[in-house]
Design a protein. Structure first.
Ligand SMILES: NC(=O)c1ccc[n+]([C@@H]2O[C@H](COP(=O)([O-])OP(=O)(O)OC[C@H]3O[C@@H](n4cnc5c(N)ncnc54)[C@H](OP(=O)(O)O)[C@@H]3O)[C@@H](O)[C@H]2O)c1
Length: 296
């Protein structure tokens, strides 16, 4: 990447929650090429390398992932291909051609037993196959030696795709009663917040490139701030719907424990990530989880 030139940015995962938002937020920073699984199936190493060789990006942003947490328990091989092998192949290419790699990881790399928010230094110990495959991806990128940012996030929602916010909205209209887990803690994070902050970090990084700024690379937690449970989030969604239309009949929400909601994959009790490093290094303070939610 030469100073003064717009970098070539390649986004994998353009149709995903984060990827879709990145297509907008990163368009100001460089010349974008954005691909979905049809244009480049990252489960196929040859397709990744052919794509990278053809586009020769300065910055590779990988927002593609195998994200079906429960299904991953029975599709372990595919989850690892997409979440561990694909980032590894991409990172090796980035290392060889001096490209910057930007990748997204998850709170599910932790077991959730810590009582305070997880920092970037905490030791991962995933509880499920999805978390294991994502952690393997993080380690592969770190071991490749490429310049990279790994943003760890969690509890993502937005107005498209598959997420808790959209599911609860639908169930509120369709059901009499919804039972929602009230013993897992996290910070609902809007995908637009993640994409916007990714752009802010990259802007700072690109504009300071002539400086010795390698020490700012690495892993960063990136979520909205604050704390709630899935039940707390569901209640906030219900309240928002009620304010929008007082005559709408909405399901009641009942708090339950995770034991009462068995799922194939175990989830961490504490999904809170401390974003202090992001603030310290880049001066970026993430908004409280209710802020971007109330403007939807
Ligand atoms: N969702 C969450 O709550 C959450 C929490 C923590 C971390 N994350 C991480 O954040 C990142 C983005 O998550 P998201 O929620 O935005 O994901 P998402 O909405 O599920 O989208 C994932 C995208 O990955 C693409 N993809 C899947 N398999 C692919 C393949 N074989 N080849 C190419 N592309 C493939 C899909 O592309 P097509 O649509 O084109 O098929 C899809 O659009 C991921 O790294 C995820 O692990 C997510």
């Amino acid at each position: 990447m030469t100073k003064g030139q717009r970098p070539k940015i390649l986004i994998f995962g353009k149709n995903g929650q984060i990827g879709f938002e990145l297509c907008r937020s990163l368009s100001y920073l460089g010349n974008l090429t954005a691909l979905g699984s049809v244009e480049c199936d990252i489960a196929d190493p040859h397709r990744i390398i052919d794509t990278l060789d053809h586009i020769k990006p300065d910055i590779i942003v990988n927002a593609a992932a195998y994200t079906a947490v429960d299904k991953a328990e029975s599709e372990c091989e595919l989850a690892f291909k997409i979440n561990a092998d694909a980032p590894w192949i991409t990172a090796e290419w980035a290392s060889k051609y001096k490209a910057l790699m930007v990748h997204f990881s998850t709170d599910y790399v932790f077991d959730g037993t810590k009582e305070t928010p997880y920092t970037e230094e905490d030791k991962p110990a995933p509880l499920n196959v999805y978390g294991e495959s994502k952690l393997a991806g993080d380690i592969n990128i770190q071991n490749s030696g490429c310049d990279h940012f790994i943003f760890r996030t969690g509890w993502i929602y937005g107005t498209r795709g598959k997420n808790f916010y959209l599911t609860i909205q639908k169930l509120l209209r369709e059901k009499e009663e919804i039972r929602v887990v009230n013993d897992q803690y996290g910070a609902p994070t809007r995908c637009r917040t993640i994409a916007g902050i990714t752009a802010l970090v990259l802007m700072q990084y690109i504009s300071n490139r002539e400086l010795e700024n390698k020490d700012v690379l690495g892993v960063y937690n990136l979520t909205n701030s604050g704390k709630t449970t899935w039940y707390g989030f569901a209640k906030a969604i219900r309240e928002k719907k009620r304010l929008e239309n007082k005559s709408l009949k909405l399901a009641d929400i009942i708090p339950i424990s995770s034991k009462e909601y068995p799922a194939p994959a175990r989830r961490p009790e504490n999904s809170l990530l401390s974003c202090e490093k992001l603030q310290k290094v880049f001066g970026i303070k993430t908004p409280g989880w209710k802020e971007p939610f109330s403007s939807l």
